[in-house]
Ligand binder design. Structure first.
Ligand SMILES: [Zn+2]
Length: 331
């Protein structure tokens, strides 16, 4: 048997081992122990690192999803909310970095933790840094399901007013425009829309339950919807009261802009239209979606409430921002 050059030394050791049984057993046990410790180090420490990575990743996701809801209008709040959520999800203070990307609509949350290693110390590693990150983006919603049939012509004062020390302003969303001069609503129209059918019954049902189809803003071809002429005072009052009374939150007053519950029937999505200068039953162009919290309706068919921001689970579009947005994790 020919050993390669230089293996003579090993040959000598092997011969010594085989010539002394006790010694060989000790060496084999020692070698096996080192191998076992090595495997144990891998298994235990890899498990710990994996567990830490998953926890950090979940915390980063939670932070990004919470923070993105304050974008693009409130980047400072977005940062503090994201940080608070990550910490709430088990990340140490100082272990969170939040970054708002240049587009103003994307937030990145990075979480990190130094993990003390157990068995890997044997191999000379006492600790290691584990990091995870998540990115979330917000954009205007391209479509919406269950909208109510009021056509809104957007005005700057409708901009949702939120945040500390900001007083939300009550707005009128449906009213008799013909008592106010200079309004951009055509003759016979009162900001009512015909969605999926015409007439008072369909209109009232659309207020109560929302239009049971998805409205989507067209990419190249505009989405056209139809007006419902006439004031529709009766169906408006019945429909809105149905929603107002459907609120079972916060005692007698129910939900208001200062205190409302997601999913409350008082919260509605309204189509924003390009113009309501239609004559009788006519076509108008859908521009986007606004969110509104109903407060009051009167016998004349006037409806009051507050515009607000709302996130829904729909695809993102590139339309103007009227308050209804969609967000998602990007990585
Ligand atoms: Zn409510």
């Amino acid at each position: 048997m020919a050993f390669p050059e230089g293996v003579g030394f090993l040959k000598g050791i092997l011969r010594d081992i085989f010539s002394e049984r006790k010694g060989s057993v000790l060496i084999i046990v020692a070698v096996a122990l080192v191998a076992l410790l090595g495997i144990a180090a891998l298994v235990v420490d890899a498990g710990l690192l994996y567990y830490t990575k998953v926890a950090l990743s979940n915390a980063a996701d939670a932070g990004a999803l919470a923070g993105v809801q304050r974008l693009p209008k409130y980047p400072d709040e977005a940062e503090s909310v994201a940080e608070a959520y990550a910490i709430n999800n088990g990340v140490d203070e100082g272990g969170v970095t939040v970054e708002i990307m240049p587009d103003g609509s994307t937030i990145r949350v990075t979480t990190s933790k130094t993990v003390s290693l157990g068995f890997a110390r044997v191999l000379g590693f006492s600790s290691t840094n584990v990091t995870a990150s998540a990115k979330a983006r917000v954009g205007t919603a391209k479509s919406a399901f269950g909208v109510v049939p009021f056509g809104v012509i957007w005005k700057p004062e409708f901009e949702p007013r939120e945040g500390e020390g900001v007083e939300p302003i009550l707005q009128i969303i449906k009213y008799n425009p013909h008592t106010k001069k200079g309004e951009d609503i055509g003759p016979g129209n009162f900001a009512a829309l015909a969605l999926g059918g015409t007439g008072g019954k369909v209109y009232e049902e659309n207020i109560k339950s929302g239009y049971q189809m998805t409205l989507e803003i067209g990419d190249t071809i505009p989405t056209i919807i139809e007006t419902e002429p006439g004031n529709m005072a009766g169906p408006t009052e019945k429909g809105v009261n149905y929603r107002l009374n459907g609120c079972e939150h916060h005692g007698e007053d129910g939900c208001t802009i200062d205190n409302y519950v997601k999913g409350c029937p008082r919260l509605v999505i309204v189509p924003v239209v390009k113009s309501l200068f239609a004559s009788g039953r006519d076509d108008v162009e859908l521009r986007g979606f606004a969110a509104f919290l109903l407060k009051e309706v009167d016998a004349e068919g006037n409806v009051w409430g507050w515009f607000l921001r709302m996130a829904i689970e729909e695809d993102m579009g590139s339309g103007d921002d009227y308050g209804v947005v969609s967000y998602r994790l990007e990585e």
